[in-house]
Design a protein around this ligand. Structure first.
Ligand code: 3PG
Length: 213
C-alpha cells in the first residue's frame, strides 16, 4: 500500500486552474510529458485509462516524477479503480457516476471526481457523499449556462467542467462561483507528444497560469 500523501477531491481541484486530461499511447512519453507539465506549473495530472499503456504510464509517473500527482481518468468500473490505485494513482476521475464506482474508489483510498451531466446524476452522487463533481461533457451538455442553472438547486456542489473547454473559453467557466477548475486535453496535444515537443507542452501549461480562479 502506498504511503504517498492522500488528496481530497477539493485539493485536486484547487491546485491549479486546469487539470490536464492526458491520453498516452507510448510509455516512453509518460515521464517527459509529466516533467514538461510540472515545469509549466501543472502537477495534478489525469491520465485516462483509454489506452493499453495507460496503467504502465501511471506507474512510471508515480515512480519517477515525485513532483507530479498522478490520477486516473476514464475510471468506469471497480476493476478500473483497483487497477488505478495499484498503479500508483492518487485520485480518480470518471466520465459518469455509479455507486459501485464511488464505493470502489473509497475502498481503494482514491479521491474521486465523479462525472455528471444532469440533475439526477448530481443527486445520485450527492446521496453517496460526493459534492465536488466533474461536469462532462461540459460544452456539449450546456456549457456555462447549465452551470448557472444548477447553481440554484445545487448551491452546495462545486464543479470541474471538462469536455470542449479551451484556453479561450476557460475564463467564462472559471468566473462562475460554482466552478473550481476546468479540465481539458489541450495542454497535451497528440502531435506535440508524437514529436516529443515537450517545450510546447511546458508553454501550454505555463499559459494556464494566467487563468484566474
Ligand atoms: C475527455 O475525457 O475526453 C475530456 O473531457 C477531454 O475533453 P477535451 O478533449 O474536449 O478537452
Amino acid at each position: 500500500m502506498s504511503t504517498a500523501q492522500k488528496f481530497t477531491a477539493l485539493q485536486v481541484m484547487t491546485d491549479a486552474p486546469v487539470i490536464p486530461v492526458i491520453v498516452l499511447n507510448d510509455v516512453a512519453h509518460a515521464v517527459p510529458m509529466a516533467r514538461a507539465l510540472v515545469a509549466g506549473g501543472v502537477r495534478m495530472l489525469e491520465v485516462t485509462l483509454r489506452t493499453p499503456q495507460a496503467l504502465a504510464c501511471i506507474e512510471a509517473i508515480a515512480r519517477e516524477v515525485p513532483e507530479a500527482v498522478v490520477g486516473a481518468g476514464t475510471v468506469r468500473s471497480k476493476a478500473d479503480a483497483q487497477a488505478a490505485a495499484n498503479a500508483g494513482s492518487r485520485f480518480a476521475v470518471s466520465p459518469g457516476y455509479t455507486s459501485a464506482v464511488g464505493q470502489a474508489c473509497r475502498d481503494a483510498g482514491l479521491a474521486l471526481l465523479p462525472g455528471v451531466a444532469s440533475g439526477s446524476e448530481i443527486m445520485m452522487a450527492q446521496e453517496d457523499g460526493f459534492t465536488e463533481l466533474k461536469f462532462f461533457p461540459a460544452m456539449q451538455a450546456g456549457g456555462p449556462a447549465m452551470l448557472k442553472a444548477w447553481s440554484g438547486p445545487f448551491f452546495d456542489v462545486r464543479f470541474c467542467p471538462t469536455g470542449g473547454v479551451t484556453l479561450q473559453n476557460a475564463p467564462e467557466f472559471l468566473a462562475l462561483p460554482n466552478v473550481v477548475c476546468v479540465g481539458g486535453s489541450w495542454l497535451v496535444p497528440g502531435d506535440a507528444m508524437a514529436a516529443g515537443d515537450w517545450t510546447r507542452v511546458t508553454e501550454l501549461a505555463r499559459a494556464t497560469q494566467a487563468l484566474k480562479k
